[in-house]
Write a protein that binds this ligand. Structure first.
Ligand code: 2M8
Length: 417
């Protein structure tokens, strides 16, 4: 094995170890000092390369924050840290631990299936302990978040793609009246030009205040919805996670008929995300009915969700013509594209991995190409939070857990060896 690969593997392990708080990892010190939901599930894939027991603990810790209604929060505030805003007191979460009041893309069941594959004997009892919790989280999505079979976000942060143009229309419909003064902490850690704007933050925080005021009661939030967008990230990751949960359930000898029914419903639901004019899967405002007209990296999660989606292959080829390092968070031909600003243009290792995995599983050559370009990106530009898709310039937080995990779990030539 070339030395540089061994060195990169070692750096990736060191990054994850450096962000390890014992029973959970943080995404990166300073900018994100707590446990984030989908970051943790991705971290488990990296951890599984060198410490399988610790990988299970990562997932188990995530579920210690699960609410009675099944929801698994997007942030668990295990230890107070003033370096992040909004903190636990702003959220007023109602779970067993201080937490946010919203969720994030459900990739934990898929992560559990991958960790199980690394060591079945050690993993089966751990999966057994997690199964009902995963099931109840997935049930919560099916109960509260479906619209025409697609999964809706009630806050941009739920999608993981915080300031994507997908939400621009729904955000413009919000008047953040009474949001008051607050001090952002993110812009003291990284360049403000790489972060969401104040306009976005006012609405992010206003939605948090409103959720807290409604005691995070899903029925109350649904009755008077302020933001409800059908999202390809949540829909495709849930569909994939349901398939993986069904497979885990079968292995454990559980009845999976409910999960199979959910898979069928979500499969049909993906049709409602198809924007025929755009020639792509797209986000759609459930309140106004408006399309976002956005070819995002989430649009290409269709294969990860197990859909054939032949028309998306052509759309992908057109997007990739303009970039070097994988699938950007927005089509570079879109006038709203901003290659440095977070989810409005940069490329993310984690999304490359999810898209690439789906393509590989479908036997499409683009999957291996995407893996190779992600490997090149990390080899040449390191373990940043995200990157400029044209030249790979690193952006956002550094020494990032999920980028290290993407390397170890997928992009490194030693992954899967
Ligand atoms: C980013 O989101 C958080 C809010 O959840 C933030 O900006 O404060 C997103 O990239 C999200 O997808 C990610 O899970 C989180 C931690 O890496 O950071």
């Amino acid at each position: 094995m070339p030395d540089r690969i061994a060195l990169l593997d070692q750096s990736a392990r060191e990054i994850i170890r450096g962000n390890d708080k014992g029973t959970y990892t943080i995404p990166t010190a300073g900018l994100y000092p707590y446990q984030w939901n989908w970051d943790s599930a991705i971290a488990a894939l990296g951890l599984a390369r060198f410490d399988i027991d610790r990988a299970w603990t990562e997932l188990e810790t995530l579920f210690t924050g699960q609410w009675d209604n099944g929801m698994v929060p997007h942030i668990l505030f295990h230890e107070q840290d003033d370096g992040y805003f909004p903190g636990p007191e702003v959220w007023g979460g109602i779970g067993p631990l201080p937490s946010s009041g919203i969720t994030q893309p459900p990739v934990a069941a898929t992560a559990a299936k991958c960790v199980l594959e690394a060591d079945r004997d050690a993993g089966l009892p751990r999966v057994d302990g997690l199964f009902d919790k995963l099931l109840s989280w997935h049930r919560w999505f099916m109960r509260w978040r479906l619209n025409h079979g697609a999964v809706c976000a009630t806050h941009p942060w739920e999608t993981g793609r915080d300031n994507a143009p997908d939400w621009d229309g729904a955000m413009a419909a919000i008047d953040p009246i009474g949001v008051g003064e607050y001090t952002r902490r993110d812009t003291s850690h990284v360049d403000a030009a790489m972060r969401p704007t104040k306009y976005d933050y006012d609405r992010f925080i206003w939605l948090v205040q409103r959720g807290k005021r409604l005691s995070w009661d899903e029925q109350a939030m649904l009755d008077d919805a302020a933001f409800r967008v059908m999202d390809p990230t949540l829909t495709f990751t849930l569909l994939r996670a349901q398939r993986d949960l069904a497979s885990l359930g079968r292995e454990l000898g559980r009845d999976v008929s409910e999960i199979e029914a959910a898979i069928a419903e979500l499969e049909t639901g993906t049709d409602s995300l198809w924007n025929a004019t755009l020639g792509s899967f797209d986000s759609r405002d459930a309140l106004s009915g408006d399309w976002a007209n956005s070819i995002s990296n989430a649009s290409f999660l269709c294969w990860y969700a197990g859909l054939e989606a032949p028309a998306m292959r052509d759309t992908l080829a057109k997007v990739l013509e303009h970039v070097e390092f994988g699938v950007p968070s927005l089509d570079p031909r879109d006038p709203r594209s901003d290659c440095k600003r977070y989810w409005r243009g940069p490329v993310w290792g984690v999304m490359n991995m999810l898209i690439g995995t789906g393509l590989q599983e479908m036997g499409m050559t683009e999957g291996n190409e995407l893996r190779a370009s992600t490997a090149r990106l990390i080899e040449q530009h390191g373990f940043s939070e995200y990157f400029d898709p044209r030249d790979g310039e690193p952006a956002g937080g550094q020494s990032f857990t999920w980028t290290a995990a993407v390397w170890l779990g997928w992009a490194s030539p030693t992954a899967g060896a």
